[in-house]
Design a protein. Structure first.
Length: 239
């Protein structure tokens, strides 16, 4: 009985790792091309999945339009001499402290790699165009679509690494600014500036991740893989 319980417990502990291993697939470019060519004749049968790819892109496409952004700054000053007398006139009483709140808002178009969802849009178009061709598709056209989508995935994954490094650096700067603020070396305004920068870069990271998910889904369909497969780039293809 105890032995059976141990087996069940071990299975429960190992199951998530097994499921994760099943949903992640590392591919070299030649392997991806071979899968794409082998699956090309089945692509027309995947029309519902291709429609889903178009729908996924449509969900995020509004983000290509100009978006509103806002920033908020705060400053504070103590006024030790708060009574001001000019000539023989009545004294002017000033507050003991002054707080300044400055808010700015701007309309801007976020540009990422020549367009926020440029790579996702390109890969979706390639997938839909390829599905419209005859069953006996040109091998070069299939290979081109796979290569383009594969390297689009590579580009966004590299961008995610850069953003992750930036977030790590900003977190360190923010921690230092908060420590300096507690010591009275910097103002609250300086701390808020780093917090705003952190929020903006985190938003960029989210946008890149949306790009990655769309491109990954398109590549799954193109290669005939289960649509929940997370594709990783083989190290041999990294520069």
């Amino acid at each position: 009985m105890i032995k059976n319980k141990f087996k069940l417990l071990l299975s429960a502990l190992l199951l998530p790792a097994v499921l994760q291993a099943q949903s992640v697939k590392q591919l070299t470019l030649p392997e991806a091309i071979d899968l794409g060519v082998a699956n090309s004749k089945n692509l027309k049968l995947s029309q519902n999945k291709i429609d889903e790819a178009v729908a996924r892109l449509a969900v995020v496409k509004d983000n290509v339009l100009p978006t509103a952004s806002a920033s908020f700054l705060y400053n504070h000053a103590e006024i030790p001499t708060n009574t001001l007398t000019i000539g023989g006139g009545n004294p002017i009483h000033l507050p003991n402290r002054a707080d300044a709140f400055v808010g700015t808002a701007a309309i801007q178009e976020v540009i990422y790699g020549g367009g926020k969802y440029r790579y996702a849009t390109e890969s979706t178009k390639l997938l839909t165009d390829l599905a419209r061709l005859d069953a006996d598709k040109n091998k070069e056209e299939v290979s081109y679509a796979v290569i383009n989508t594969y390297f689009s995935l590579f580009k966004v994954m590299q961008s995610k690494k850069v953003v992750a490094q930036n977030l790590e650096a900003i977190a360190s700067q923010l921690k230092q600014a908060q420590r300096f603020f507690e010591q009275g070396i910097v103002t609250k305004n300086d701390v808020l500036r780093f917090q705003l920068q952190q929020a903006n870069v985190s938003l960029t990271d989210l946008e890149i991740e949306n790009n990655r998910k769309i491109i990954n889904y398109n590549l799954d369909i193109l290669l005939g893989l289960p649509e929940d497969t997370e594709i990783t780039i083989a190290e041999s293809d990294l520069p």
